[in-house]
Design a protein. Structure first.
Ligand code: SF4
Lengths: 320, 448
């Protein structure tokens, strides 16, 4: 029996973005990472092109994290007092496509590290690894506006991905990234319109929409994930339908969310089974679901979760 | 499925007699398509016309029932491609396999393990839905014995997994009253399988090499009077299965392509547990009506049940719990009082952590229109004043002999006003619910 055609022709591809610059391109990276460019929904090879596999970033911090559970500590406690060595382990041994340096140490309510110290951390990661960087502030607007300029300047030309701009705080970072040739993470609180609005504000200041990655906020499996999932699906469909302010690749910050929920962290509930498997599986599963909703870059923590998500992606990305 | 005016017109007498109070059959058909009139307003429509129109107005994807009575599983009759368009109606059934060649004790343990795959999350019971009894090497009698044992030990609906009609028949003879899903009719055995399905009024799964072959099979089997069908989709790789499931859903909903208008079943493959969960996650999100898992380890099943719970929640309904005073554990007048919002995810997370702490606690839930702590604050859905008034309405002071209340760390700003205007001693709790147990154990005791 003849089956009717159900291929959909979408108006626009998702933007392609390259993170990292080689020496020829003005940076020092030995590798770059390109994501985006899809002309269809996730993994629908029968319908369109999916030129780039989503990328996996592993998270590194500028301080020894205090709230990471032992199950992560056993993999990183030998290196986590030194962001450079930590990053190197993620890349050389654990196969990270990118390193995400989170400047948690700059938090004014925590160690309140100085912009100089943050810049040193950025430098040490750049020197330790050849992959591109994501540099993410501590989340305190005023502090980030002090810290990130130095981090941006000392890595000018590296084409790193900086985060994050929000509806209320975007001017400093947009100006910086334009000047120093970086890319930007645009953050919004699980809201399809605000996600768009941040992009409108940033592009009004002259930022190229192709330099933006959307971060719609992430939630762990079981903790509001479905809200984010549907925002991502709606946004991705809008982007493919021609909405240029939703045509950006999407980033999910997964490790940070997963490694605080009890299904991943607790070893006290016997009915839930072996935590040493359940923890990384909770992170991997959260990643699987976001990939199905359109994620292009994932930031993760557990080595097993990273390697399994990579395997999963290899199976999904190959077309017939 | 909404029929077009033209589609309806084809089945009308085309005499333009006007008895329906419309000048022409076409005008009447247009009104019918717009659902403004009903078909019985035309006294002349033939029985065949009626039947064709009833058929055409049936839902594009069939609803199939597996199992009986309180333990039946309903799958299919989905209406959208994306949950944000409306919602998904019938959650993916999660099946776990039992092989028929297990030794007696192993079999018992396995069924018990499956029966234990039930959990409570966010106030809702979630669990495995089906047991798939897979035939490997036993005789029909041996298979029937295992099916019988599974049936006796578990109330879950069954799937009988074997391409051999003799085996299927043996299984059906001992379990037909439970309406198991027969898996599966193929290009080779479909006549025998269909007659078994008909005889035992059981649903039947179909397996084909391609969507084309599946569509042919459903049509042939339907002619034999069997229409409770489930389509088996098992491409060689997860990417193929995902795409076939997507094509079936689109064909069903966008093209009303009835030969494939049925729910689906997909299997995880391989030995690697993380990849099995990855496959199952894919099929839960993208259009699998039943997923057959391997293994009974709770750490593998819990994430799948959680995805299903997430993806199948109704996105239009704010997830809210009743705003009232909740008592967790054996509360006394010395128990702590925690304040939170009525967003169910927030509430159940807080409740879970309070339970973990094993410290009896009052949770005062404030009406925030289903928004979480920060969103409710940003959207002016709660304030120090609202919390103060809620605590008064809930008459907490009559229950406790202290004057302390714990507010979420993310709204520490409420503290001063709650203290000054309402006379509470306010403790600022943690920002993350996960830290509630240590907060209650360490800081609450110190301050009380
Ligand atoms: S009553 Fe029936 S046959 Fe007569 S005009 Fe109306 S639709 Fe046509």
């Amino acid at each position: 029996m003849l089956i009717p055609e159900v291929r959909q022709k979408w108006a626009n591809p998702i933007n392609t973005i390259t993170i990292g610059a080689t020496p020829e391109e003005g940076g020092t990276r030995t590798r770059t990472v390109t994501v985006g460019g899809s002309t269809t929904l996730p993994f629908l090879h029968f319908e369109g092109k999916i030129p780039h596999r989503p990328a996996l970033a592993m998270e590194v911090q500028d301080i020894t994290p205090k709230d990471w559970p032992e199950i992560l500590g056993e993999h990183f406690s030998d290196v986590w007092d030194d962001p450079g060595r930590w990053a190197k382990k993620c890349v050389d041994q654990l196969g990270a496509d990118l390193v995400c340096l989170r400047l948690a140490g700059c938090d004014p309510d925590g160690e309140n590290k100085s912009p100089d110290e943050a810049a040193v951390a950025v430098k040490s990661v750049l020197e330790a690894v050849g992959v591109p960087l994501i540099v993410w502030g501590c989340g305190d607007n005023d502090k980030d506006n002090e810290v990130l300029p130095q981090c941006s300047e000392i890595s000018a030309g590296e084409r790193s991905l900086f985060g994050s701009i929000t509806e209320d705080n975007y001017k400093t970072l947009v100006a910086l990234c334009k000047a120093d040739g970086h890319k930007l993470i645009a953050e919004s609180p699980v809201d399809i319109n605000i996600a768009k609005q941040v992009n409108v504000l940033a592009t009004d200041l002259g930022l190229d929409p192709k330099d933006i990655v959307i971060y719609p906020t992430s939630g762990a499996l079981g903790y509001g994930m479905e809200y984010v999932y549907s925002i991502m699906e709606r946004g991705r469909i809008a982007g493919l339908d021609g909405d240029t302010m939703w045509a950006m690749p999407i980033l999910c910050d997964i490790g940070k969310e997963v490694w605080k929920v009890k299904e991943a962290v607790s070893d006290e509930i016997a009915e839930w089974g072996d935590q040493s498997q359940r923890g990384p599986l909770w992170e991997a599963t959260t990643a699987y679901v976001y990939l199905l909703a359109g994620a292009d870059i994932l930031i993760m923590r557990h080595p097993k979760a990273v390697s399994e998500v990579k395997k999963y992606l290899e199976k999904l990305i190959e077309s017939k | 499925m909404a029929l077009t005016g033209l589609g309806i017109y084809k089945h009308l007498p085309k005499t333009n007699c006007g008895d329906c109070n419309f000048p022409t059959c076409m005008a009447f058909a247009m009104q019918l398509a717009a659902k403004k009139v009903s078909l019985d307003q035309c006294p002349h429509v033939s029985d065949e016309g009626k039947a064709a129109l009833a058929e055409a107005s049936a839902p594009p994807m069939k609803l199939v029932k597996i199992g009986k009575n309180s333990h039946e599983l309903l799958i299919g009759q989905e209406t959208v491609l994306f949950r944000h368009q409306e919602k998904f109606h019938h959650p993916t059934g999660i099946a776990v396999k039992v092989k028929d060649d297990l030794a007696e004790e192993e079999l018992t343990n396995r069924i018990e393990a499956i029966n234990n795959l039930h959990f409570v999350r966010v106030g809702e019971e979630i669990g495995v839905d089906l047991i798939a009894v897979e035939h490997s090497s036993t005789s029909p009698q041996g298979y029937a014995r295992v099916v019988k044992k599974v049936k006796e030990m578990s109330d879950l609906p069954l799937v009988l997994l074997s391409p051999d009609p003799k085996i299927a028949e043996a299984g059906l003879e001992v379990s037909a009253e439970r309406r198991p899903l027969i898996y599966a009719a193929t290009g080779k055995n479909w006549q025998q399988m269909a007659s078994l399905a008909k005889k035992h009024s059981s649903p039947l799964a179909l397996k084909g090499e391609s969507l084309e072959e599946l569509a042919d099979l459903t049509q042939q089997i339907k002619k034999l009077g069997v229409d409770d069908l489930v389509l088996s989709v098992d491409g060689p790789r997860v990417a193929d299965t995902l795409q076939d499931l997507t094509r079936i859903r689109r064909l069903t909903l966008s093209k009303t392509f009835r030969p494939l208008g049925y729910p689906t079943i997909a299997f995880v493959t391989g030995k690697d547990p993380f990849q099995q969960v990855g496959q199952a996650a894919t099929y839960i999100c993208k259009y699998g009506s039943i997923v057959v898992m391997e293994g009974t380890e709770p750490w593998k099943i819990l994430p799948l049940l959680t995805i299903r719970q997430n993806i199948y929640t109704d996105p239009q309904v704010p997830n809210a719990v009743e705003a009232k005073l909740y008592e967790i554990g054996e509360v006394t007048s010395h128990s702590p009082v925690l304040v939170t919002t009525n967003f169910s995810l927030t509430y159940f997370t807080v409740e879970g952590e309070v339970e973990n702490s094993k410290i009896p606690t009052y949770i005062s839930v404030v009406e925030t229109e289903g928004l979480g702590v920060l969103n409710a604050y940003a959207g002016d859905k709660w304030s120090a004043e609202k919390i103060g008034k809620t605590l008064e309405e809930q008459k907490i002071k009559e229950r406790i002999n202290h004057n302390s209340v714990i507010i979420p760390g993310l709204v520490a700003v409420f503290r001063a006003e709650l203290e000054e205007d309402f006379g509470w001693k306010v403790l600022v709790g943690p920002e993350e619910a996960a830290r509630i147990p240590s907060f209650l154990k360490n800081e609450w005791k110190v301050t009380s």
